[in-house]
Every structure is written in structure tokens, then in C-alpha cells.
Design a protein around this ligand. Sequence first.
Ligand code: GTP
Ligand code: SPV
Ligand code: MN
Length: 593
Amino acid sequence: MEIKNTYVRNWVEEMALLTRPDQIVWIDGSETQAEELRKQAIATGEMIKLNQDKLPGCYLHRTAVNDVARVEGRTFICTTNKEDAGNINNWMDPYECYHKLSKLYRGSMKGRTMYVIPYSMGIVGSDFAKYGIELTDSIYVVLNMLIMTRVGTEVLEAMGNDAGFIKGLHAKADIDEENRYICHFPQDNTIWSINSGYGGNVLLGKKCFALRIASYLGRKEGWMAEHMLILGVEYPNGETKYICAAFPSACGKTNLAMLIPPTVYAEKGYKVWCVGDDIAWLRVGEDGRLWAMNPENGFFGVAPGTNEKSNPNALHTTMKDTIFTNVVHDLDNNTVWWEGLDNNPPANAIDWKGNKWDYTKYDKKDKSTCGAHPNSRFTAKAVNCPCLSAEFENANGVPVSAIVFGGRRAKTAPLVYQSFNWQHGAFVGSIMASETTAAAAGAVGVVRRDPMAMRPFVGYDMGDYFQHWIDMGKKIPNAPKIFHVNWFRTDDEGHFIWPGFGDNMRVLMWILARCEGKVDAVETAIGFVPKAEDINIEGLEDVTLDTIRELVSIDTASWKEDLANIKEFYTLVGDRVPAEMKEELAALEKRLG
Ligand code: GTP
Ligand code: SPV
Ligand code: MN
């Protein structure tokens, strides 16, 4: 392959001098090359070829036992000034970081192959696409990037001789936890990742580029990169309205994005279409509306809990051309299994660690007995999704009617509420909180503040990020309305009160009705909540109007308690919290009395 871009050529050469691979292979995006790589990965045991009759094109991979989630503690934003990374991010001086990591990279690819992956986030050649090159010594990474992004020669062609591509360097090295680093240099368009082989740490187009670097670029250039799903609700008359929703990791984006309407809506002809399940790039359109596009080309979804009832569309998406990571291997059928798939765990099976797994010892309450890791994942092609939106390939994206924030809160947050206006909505996003999940290393189930579901993903100061939200609102004449939802409120026994999943559509319909001014609401201290009778509960068994009343009730005492925590968080964010946010906080406090 002749590489015309001199910047690409020189940089690849420079990185090869550092890492010393035995050979360099350029990924062209062809099926022939991909198949050759799969063969190699099978030969070395890096991947297991699954039953091709039942799961055509599907493979299983197990990561190292110490390498199963994003490592936020080892993720750094390396800007010249520490203040520009802010208090919420880990920071390292760029010069020091390059120096430190160079020592780890030096010679790390000896005896290995360096793969050069030219990829595009967004439709290749379109105005809103951005290009990257990832260098990696992992075939698993190459095969995942081929699913998650648009890869190949056409990307190099679209890049021309431009120097503005994102330079990503990944080396597995020894998968040494102590020397694991995920470092971002937004001022140099560079990402360096070493000593991991887990998705979010190594598929550099995703969280590293499409959120951390892109959020930095978005602020500079006047657009937004957000941790949001994008879905379309099609009405019986054929009109479609689009919603973006930001929930923290493992809090329901993929599930909501692919939801199947409950019978009451389905029989009237309502449909839901998935445009994206994790990341949205947002711009102001010439028509004064906010437009959202999904820069990815596939889904890197949570496996556990995915089943025929909770998310049939996701399940069907994974029936072919999919890489499963850290799930159970059913040896009798050469297929896969995970907790929450069905009630038939395989008798003859290998768990995510590669050990023989005895399902009879599985105890729901003890995660260490799980066959699949709680953060086990599937990497599946968007085109295989039965509910993929016809607008998925539209480079301009879709116009957004509503933005929805949400988290996992056992108490405090109601099922749904609407903000008073954009500024208040941005404030609602800034005070988001959620119980932590297995998607990141560390304790699970602890409430932490996670503004806009972006705490681990903002590539600059969090206060500046809040300011960017406020500034953007002023540039969108016809801005989306902003809401907050919580599917996870529990009763005294700890059971979820709201059925969730497909039934979340009932809440989306209230949200869209609000956007069109077709339904009233009750004004409370935190925002507008629905009148119970305006949430459609037709066909729901265990939900009555009283349940809805309880779900939308505002527990003033727990909100007041939350205020202290919000203030503490704002103090942690620091000096750059905008005055507007502080005004909103004071106003909320006053309204709570
Ligand atoms: P990331 O890929 O990490 O960004 O996660 P995500 O936000 O896409 O979350 P996902 O849809 O994969 O859901 C994560 C977990 O939440 C799964 O175990 C789901 O079963 C569960 N979940 C999703 N939606 C709901 C819901 O409406 N109610 C309840 N109770 N659980 C849900
Ligand atoms: C998340 O953790 O939010 C994910 C998975 O979507 S990862 O790509 O690992 O970040
Ligand atoms: Mn995510």
C-alpha cells in the first residue's frame, strides 16, 4: 500500500522506531485481511471460533483477569497547564508523560506485529467525520475496531495529506496493572495506551477519541461530544422525533436505544429506531435546531442482563459477526452464555477466567461466582441491528427534540422531571448522580456525582465543560427541552418499582408530549413532573396510578441532603464552575425551602 500522507508515514515510522515491531501491517478494511487475522488469533488462542451454524462469524475472547474494565485511576489528561485538565481529571505534564511512557513502549513490540488502523469516526468523507490512526500490537483490537469504526484504505484517501488526524498508540506490553496508562494529549491530538487489552482502554476511537479528545475539540470549535444514545420515536403518521439520553456506564443506554414499544404503542403503529447507543456528536444546524450524529459503527454492549425479554434487538444484533468478551463458553454447543440470558446455564462450561464453571455454585448475590464477568461485553455491527434507524448513515445526523439525563438512584430522583429551561437543564445535568457499576474498576453501588454521565470522559476542566453547555444553549435558537429520568428507584425491600426496559417508552411519550406542548405538568421545586394520569400505564400489571404518584413524588428531605453533596462536588470542580450554575443551585435551595 502506498501511503501518500507524509504526516502519517513519518509518525508510524517514529512509533515503530520506539516500539520495534518485527513487522508493520496496514489494515485495509478488506474481509480477506480480516479473515486472515481471525485465523491467526484462533491459532494462538487469542480468540475462540464459536459454533458457526448457531453463531455465524462469532468469536470469544477472554481478557487477562486483572484487565476487565476501564481504569479511571490510571487515565490521564496531559495538558501543558494542569488547570486546563481540571480537578476531576488525573493530570500529568505532557513532557513527563511522554518520557515516562516512552520507557514502557521502548521495544515493547519486539517479536510482535504492529497493525496500523486508519479509521473514521462518522461517515467517511463527510463534513463531520474525524479521522484517526490507531497503532496496536493486538489482533483483538484490530478486529474490534473493524466493527466499531469505519476502517481502511478509503479513510487514508479521505485524509489526504492532512496532519489533523488523531494519533493513537496502543501496546499490550505485559498487561501489567502497575504500569497501565491511558493518556490523552489533547493539544497534540494524541492518545497513548499501554498495558491493557480491555475495550474502553484500547479501542481508542471510542472513549479516548470520540469523547475525551472530541469534547476538547468540540469546546474549541463550538460543538459537543457527549456520552449519549440517540433514538427515534416514529409516530403512526410516519413522523419521527429524536431523543438523546446520557446515562452513566452500564445504566441503560443500549437498552433504551433499542427498546421495543409495549403493545399499547406497538398496536397503534409506534416504532422506535436506534441511531446510536453510546456516543453523540452534537451540532447546531442551519435550521437552528441541535443535530446529533453517532460517530461509531457498532455497539460495545454489556452482555449480562441482555435477553429475549429485556433487549431482544441487542440479542439479535449479536447473533452474527460478533466478538464476545469475558462471557461463559458453553462447551457442548460451542456457544456463549451470561447471567440473565436465560434460566439454562450450560452444564459443561468455562467461565470468563478460563476455568471450569459449576453453575450449581452460582449465587446471585456473590459476583465472584458469576460465569460471565459483570462487565462482559459483545462487539456487534450496527448494520445487524433489527431496529437500526434509516438515518444511521446520514452524515448530518438527526434533529434532537429532547435531551434526557439519568442515573441509577435508589431514592431521591423521581421517575421523570423536566427542567424549566436550557440553563436549568444544564444545571440538572451538572448535578447528576448515579450508583457506580462494574464498567469501571473500583467499588460498585456507591453514589457519586457524574455530570452529564461525562465524569470519566471530559477532556478538559469540568467547570469549563459546564460553561460550554451554557454557552451552547445560547447558540441554539430552537433548543431541545431537557429532562431527567430514573428507572432505578427501589422500594423498601430494594426491588425496582418501575418495570423499565420497553416500558420506558411510556416515559419517553410524556417527554415528547411535553416538547410539543401537548400535556400539562405539575411545577415542583426541582422542575416539572407529570400528573400521574398522564403516564400511560395501560397493560402494565403491577403499576397503578398510585405507583406513578409515588415514583414522581419529590422527597424534599433527601433533596436537601443532596444539596450538601452537590455543593461539595462543585467545590471539588473548583473555580471555573460558572456563575449560572451557582445561581441555579441557590435557586434550587431556595425553592426547597
Ligand atoms: P455502557 O455500554 O457501559 O455505556 O452501558 P449502557 O448505558 O449502554 O447500559 P446497558 O443498556 O447495557 O444496561 C446496563 C445494565 O442496566 C444491564 O444489566 C441492564 O439489564 C440494566 N438496565 C437497563 N435498562 C434498565 C431498566 O430500564 N431498568 C432496570 N431495572 N435495569 C435496566
Ligand atoms: C462505558 O463504560 O461507558 C462503555 C464501555 O461504553 S467502554 O468502551 O469500556 O468505555
Ligand atoms: Mn458507555
